[in-house]
Design a protein around this ligand. Sequence first.
Ligand code: ZN
Length: 610
Amino acid sequence: MGRHALFLWIVVAILVVAALSSVLPQYNEFAQSHKLNKNKVMRAIKAKVNSPDGRGMSCFACSMMVDGLQTMIKENKTDDEIAAWLVGLCDFFNVEQPHVCKNIIYAFKDEVVFVLANSAFTPDEICGAFIQNCGHSEPPRTVMWNLTMPGGKPPVKQWEKVQDGKPTLKVLHLSDIHIDHQYQVGTEAYCQLDDFLGTYAMCCRDYTDDVKDSRKKDKPIYVPAGPWGMPYLCDLPYQTFESAIKHINQTVKDLDMIIITGDFEAHDSWDYSEELTIENMNNMTNVFLKYFPGIPVYISIGNHEGVPQDAMAPHTMPEYDKRGPQWLYKIMVDMWSNWISDEKAKADIQYRASYAIYAKPGLKLISINTIYCSEFNFYLYINEVDPDSTLEWLIEELLDSEEKNDRVWIISHIPPGDNYCLKGWSFNFFEIMKRFENIITEQFYGHTHYDQFMVYYDPDQSMRPFSFNWIAPSLTTYAWLHPAYRIYDIDGGYPNATYHVKDAYTYYANVTEANESGKEPQWKMSYDTKAFYQMPDFTPQSWSDLTYRLWNNQTLFNEYIKLFWRNDKRDAECHLDAKCRYSYICNIKKARSYDESFCADLKEQLFIAS
Ligand SMILES: [Zn+2]
């Protein structure tokens, strides 16, 4: 299952390549004299890394590399010396486009060097986290820790039925907008074709200025980037974002609320700066104020808002004053204050980028900073336990709402069942959702960019489904996608409303067609969730029933895959392959990261079938 975290693989690839090269004899000689054919070396390394024993090799190489880095740190080599060495290797081995090589090391070196110097994990453990089958696959991503759940869980209430004929509210759910202000029409959209390691992270940009003269050649453009965006490894041109916003503004007249589940920045993490993020957040705020005056916008922070990407250190970290994300959380306070007036909420945002407010009377909306469970928030490897007491704070908010008999919505970026979320945090979050299942009415997420959902099962009560996640498709085309957004009809706006989703409509635009026609993208309804999947309602039981229908009905499963990718071609044969089907369906049932125990029944059937 794809994770759009390629940038980190670049860092890892650099480490691996660098380490491999250090064990290759005469490396320095061939590096200097170019006696060896570089492409040959590249192919040899790639074959080695991908071969079964190559995993062992990458492991060994990575450990050596981390070990080497830790030694260099101990020997007081300057950051610049280390960085210069890595940049040279990245460039030499064509791990990335020269511009990226030049900047990515500098973007991450401060954080990585600091964490390596302060982390208790060994090189083997760090490498084990990022290279499959590296032997030490347990820590640091799967460290467990336990929060005490408050007792006194009330008897489980029936999921409230939504009655017909009652007032409804309209809510727009946008996620993963990722605007690329440097998107350039006519540049290569398929830049991976030039790339030996398969690590190029982002296309549709012109980086030719950064190519050394010796490497400059007239390259043919295989797939030229069109004006409205490309379903490749490309982010969204600004005009496509504006087209979507204008379309929504013109067609949805009775919008009550907007939810944005994070990620505004492009995927060029090598070029992130605090100044740029501040500027982009201000621009974004102005767009929403301009097109949707008077409509509240509730946002959750995304991993791409971090500088470097995903870097959000909690208060317990050494040198918090210097390295903490205060500057970023301040921007969030400034931006979100346009729609939030509660002083306590503002203080919570400044402290941990999470907040709770009443979106409507009786409806508490809780926005949670899930970057505190991101596997790429390297600062967490110094201490993973409940960063900034976010989960303890969440429990307090939920206890308060339980007393008041509120309905609660959770909005957040990373779905905690995704392996992007560290295991300890994910398991504790799951327990909280279970403890407060009576009052948690809906959960909204993004981050994966795919059109997905997830179901929570209670392992202590014969796998009773008790909650689920809405996961909105991304507005960005990254990666290989068409832009999409979702509109919900909510049962609400009257006393004792359930605040459940009554209907969900997903919209998209085919940018390939827009590019060909030379006209603005046609935003169309892709599907009506209830009608399309023939669901009677959106109870956890109905989502679970759908999950099993997808598992058992290959035709329906194939329809799900098309919507998942917003594309007819991706994994088009998956429905014919039981193992492929399992990977998608287990992903739905996996509400805890690094845990497939909820998929045991599927696995059993898979075993019988094969
Ligand atoms: Zn994203």
